[in-house]
Design a protein around this ligand. Structure first.
Ligand code: B12
Length: 213
């Protein structure tokens, strides 16, 4: 196995085995080897989280293990520090959060890391965010885009509430982007949203398109 593959493998395994020490060592090695954090996340850490999702779905893992794996992923994301891309892009401001009733935040944090890395300013409202808070923050900060994550079929409807409340508050010009396991392009079209993407690597292209860059 080449050095890069070896490091990506360690990143994946660290999440799969919720081994925080391995995660930190692997992130440090990735930085030293000049592996882009974006590659490290998508081809390493996120793959580990996918394995965890499958094992959890199959009933071979339980919530405490999923939590431990997700904490390992978060720790690794933080260890990379603020991500930078070499090219400088025209900037926009994006308000981001996980919808009300939903505490899943890893996907949202991956999106945040990619956006910040792409030169955008991100106001992170955190998790369990009521729709009115998205619109209040969009107004306060003059957002170009509002993004909302939903990971459960039961909270998906809150993405529609985000679109609705923005319109009600006269912020219909602000673009909206959505994602999360139960979300798809058809759903986003049906709620009058502007963009969907299934993974962090696609979000910069999506945002550029929406902002006509
Ligand atoms: C990790 C996890 C947890 C962790 C969350 C830790 C944290 N701090 O986030 C913990 C253990 C806390 C947890 C708790 C619960 N969970 Co959970 N969890 C998961 C799991 C296994 C993985 C999610 C994850 O982090 N994936 C990794 C990230 C990187 O991927 P992602 O989130 O999909 O994000 C990517 C894309 O979707 C997209 N994206 C995501 N958001 C956005 C936003 C925008 C704007 C854009 C553009 C793109 C985008 O880009 C991201 C990066 O590539 C999923 C399984 C699954 N299939 O998703 C279940 C899952 C979501 N959980 C589930 C459930 C039921 C729960 C609980 C209710 C369990 C319980 N009985 O207590 C609680 C939730 C309580 C609550 N009120 O929210 C169910 C939901 C079922 C449903 N109804 O739809 C799932 C699907 C598992 C299952 N098959 O049953 N969970």
């Amino acid at each position: 196995m080449g050095k890069v593959e070896d490091i990506l493998n360690d990143l994946r395994v660290s999440v799969e085995t919720w081994d925080k020490e391995l995660a930190i060592r692997a992130v440090d090695r990735a930085v030293e080897a000049g592996i882009s954090p974006f590659v490290a996340i998508e081809a390493g850490l996120a793959r580990g989280m996918s394995t965890i999702s499958v094992l959890f779905d199959e009933g071979r893992l339980y919530l405490p293990q999923v939590l431990a794996a997700s904490q390992t992923m978060q720790l690794a994301l933080e260890r990379f520090g603020p991500l930078k891309l070499s090219e400088s892009l025209s900037k926009g401001l994006i308000v981001l959060g996980t919808v009300q009733g939903d505490i899943h935040e890893i996907g949202k944090n991956v999106i945040k890391a990619f956006l910040r890395g792409g030169g955008y300013t991100v106001i992170d409202l955190g998790k369990d965010v009521p729709p009115e808070e998205f619109s209040a923050a969009a107004k306060e900060h003059g957002a170009d885009i509002v993004g909302a994550s939903a990971l459960m079929t039961t909270t998906l409807i809150c993405q529609k509430q985000v679109v609705d409340v923005l319109k009600d508050e006269g912020l219909g010009d602000v673009k909206t982007i959505f994602g999360g396991a139960p979300c798809n392009q058809g759903w986003v079209n049906s709620i009058g949203g502007d963009g969907y993407c299934a993974c962090g690597a696609e979000v910069i292209d999506l945002v550029r398109r929406l902002l006509n860059e």
